[in-house]
Design a protein around this ligand. Structure first.
Ligand code: WTA
Length: 575
């Protein structure tokens, strides 16, 4: 990039940001100061849902709009007082059915006001919430509910068949939002229960270290891991929402992520509502017109989205942007995958705003490295560590590496929103912290001489397609369940729009021949059995796949094949 372009991007126009001076804040920051922002600092009583909703009602802001919800058929608004009442009601419903503090309650449905009321209600009674993305199919749903021993699930009539109740002995209650007619014994009509329930609830006061949300996420091996976050995370959600999202009273904020992913809870629920700002939730499918229309209609001031979405909007062209009034947009952010410098420059051109990239993971629970509105930006960089966070590049023994050297992106543990457990898997948890005092992220990066971090890639085989993490092992396991498939190896193939797409290399069983029809069938098999976003977009048949002598498929070699690169050390190859 030319110097002129850089200068354009580092020019910081307004000066009224929540974080005025990054360097000064970084030098003097103390997490303990943040605690004073919450009621529990004086009452000693902790519950994240209380702090996010009820506190504002008690402070005379009950009539402020908390939520604008719309989709192609619904168009609604809810105040903080409304959300307090609705979540209280659902808390009472869960209590009526004997759900207790610490029980796992899953939510498996498209975004809707009911989803948010149910999630907040479950948190209010001390349950641990497990939000599931609506695209998951039977096997994926079962794996997660089984591992967590969920006792209840809130879902819809359309999705309920994907919940194999008979195979889940711990699961006692299935709440159906929009139930009609007859229900099976374990099924409960959500709306009917809500009507009958009291809107007065005795909130369960929690310990700061008690469980809040369980997010399942993918690694390179094994089944998805249940990453547990605790109420204490709100300290980080609050402060990052203040300095990274730059939220202020009066903002209308739109986070486009689904609560099935960590961005959709940390910054789709906690961040905005801890600040009492208006949250926009838009249901339905993505389309550039729909998104610009949403920004215009609600006069969104802060907009948090993801690189794939920005790239799609870029693909929709500059002219489209001019059809909409986006003048209320003050601040734009991105997370989930690398944000190309090109997209940042395009954003500057068409929106007249910088798109602020930030880096974090399900496991970190909150933003770790970020661009801030008052900090000069280097397009393509993830920015600098949040105050109170020490990030470094370390070698495989945990030694810090000098500037401009690629290595493991690591964070000094602990921090307030750090995961506290991997459900049922303490060994997996320990792995992240094997090089004390570091948390090892699994990403590689380098830090430049000015302290900016630059993402380089994943160290393991985890695939990031459109910002969604997909474990190759999970897809491979599903593939080999197909009768035609003998062996399968799955990799992420670089893609200009989606970052990566899923590509499967497949060896067929005797008697099966490659065909277009078979490709379609296999894709459908993964879509129906696992999730649409996990289905390989590309399939290539091979007679044999490269394996180690112990029988492990060498994805590294598949990747080299794909990219036309040398295959490297093949000494462990089977033959
Ligand atoms: C990747 C999403 C490049 C990274 C909040 C990380 C990024 C994984 C960025 C976590 C970024 C996230 N630039 N890559 N700004 N942000 N990633 O758990 O590989 O769904 O480890 O959390 O996404 O994905 P997860």
């Amino acid at each position: 990039m030319s110097d002129a372009q850089t200068n354009e991007l580092i020019e910081v126009l307004a000066k009224e940001y929540n974080l005025q001076d990054y360097e000064e804040a970084y030098a003097s920051f103390d997490w303990q100061e943040v605690e004073k922002e919450f009621s529990w600092y004086t009452t000693g009583k902790v519950n994240a849902a209380y702090e996010a909703i009820d506190r504002h009602v008690e402070n005379g802001r009950g009539d402020d709009i908390a939520l604008y919800y719309s989709d192609p058929v619904r168009d609604e608004r809810y105040t903080f007082a409304d959300l307090k009442a609705l979540s209280n009601k659902f808390g009472n419903v869960l209590k009526k059915y004997g759900v207790n503090k610490g029980d796992r309650v899953f939510i498996f449905m498209p975004r809707s006001p009911e989803l948010y009321a149910a999630l907040l209600g479950a948190v209010k009674i001390g349950a641990i919430v497990g939000p599931l993305f609506e695209a998951f199919m039977e096997a994926a749903v079962k794996d997660r509910l089984e591992d967590a021993e969920a006792v209840a699930i809130i879902t819809t009539p359309k999705l309920k068949d994907r919940v194999r109740v008979q195979e889940l002995p711990a699961l006692k209650h299935v709440f159906l939002v929009g139930a009609e007619g007859e229900q099976a014994d374990h099924e409960i009509d959500f709306h009917q229960e809500m009507q009958e329930a009291s809107d007065q609830l005795e909130i369960e006061w929690m310990d700061r270290e008690d469980g809040l949300v369980l997010h399942y996420t993918s690694g390179s091996t094994g089944k998805p891991k249940g990453v547990l976050h605790v109420h204490n995370a709100m300290i980080q959600h609050f402060q990052t929402a203040k300095w990274v999202l730059d939220l202020r009273r009066g903002d209308v904020y739109w986070c486009t992520a689904d609560p099935g992913w960590v961005t959709g809870t940390a910054y789709g629920i906690w961040g905005p509502w801890l600040h009492g700002v208006t949250n926009v939730i838009r249901g339905g499918r993505f389309s550039p017109d729909d998104w610009y229309g949403t920004l215009q209609r609600y006069q969104v001031s802060v907009w948090y989205s993801a690189p794939t979405a920005f790239r799609m909007l870029m693909g929709a062209g500059d002219e489209l942007v001019k059809k909409y009034d986006l003048s209320a947009v003050r601040h734009i952010l991105s997370v989930g995958e690398p944000l190309n410098a090109e997209v940042v420059r395009w954003g500057l051109k068409v929106y007249g705003k910088r798109i602020h990239d930030n880096w974090w993971m399900t496991e970190t629970g909150g933003q770790m490295i970020s661009n801030y509105p008052s900090l000069p930006m280097k397009p393509g960089s993830m920015g600098k560590p949040f105050p109170g966070i020490y990030a470094a590049i370390v070698d495989d023994s945990g030694n810090e590496l000098p500037a401009n050297t690629m290595g493991n992106l690591a964070i000094r543990a602990p921090w307030p929103s750090m995961m506290r457990r991997i459900w049922n898997n303490p060994a997996k948890y320990e792995e992240y912290f094997r090089l004390q005092p570091w948390y090892i992220s699994g990403d590689s990066a380098y830090r430049d001489e000015d302290g900016y971090f630059w993402f380089q890639g994943r160290i393991d085989d985890v695939i990031n397609t459109s910002g969604e993490r997909v474990g190759p092992f999970e897809v491979e396991s599903k593939l080999v369940e197909h009768p035609a498939i003998a062996e399968a190896g799955v990799i992420g193939k670089p893609d200009p729009l989606r970052g990566e797409i899923i590509k499967a290399f497949i060896a067929l069983r005797e008697g099966y021949e490659p065909s277009e029809q078979l490709i379609e069938e296999i894709r459908d098999f993964v879509k129906k059995g696992l999730a649409a976003h996990a289905a390989p977009r590309e399939i290539e048949f091979r007679d044999k796949l490269p394996k180690t002598r112990s029988g492990k498929i060498m994805r590294r070699v598949l990747k080299a094949w794909e990219l036309g690169l040398p295959t490297g050390d093949l000494s462990t190859l089977e033959d």
